[in-house]
Design a protein. Structure first.
Length: 68
């Protein structure tokens, strides 16, 4: 999977396990955690309920895109 590829490629400094890779990337987000199913479901509900939104993208990133 993705975490194994990142572990082999050394993209998470000092990571020895898949859990280390996961923890590294979670610490890179302002929310300090990964995305949960509930986060995505709330975003979908928001988009469905909007009556005046058209063609919008709603990133559910925990703030990670703000850092790029």
């Amino acid at each position: 999977g993705l975490f194994v590829q990142y572990l082999k490629a050394g993209k998470a400094p000092g990571a020895k396990t898949i859990e280390d890779v996961k923890n590294y990337y979670e610490q890179q987000t302002p929310m300090k955690r990964g995305c949960r199913v509930e986060d995505v479901m709330k975003a979908i509900y928001y988009l469905i309920e909007q009556q005046y939104e058209t063609g919008q993208a709603l990133p559910v990133t925990g703030g990670q895109v703000m850092l790029n």
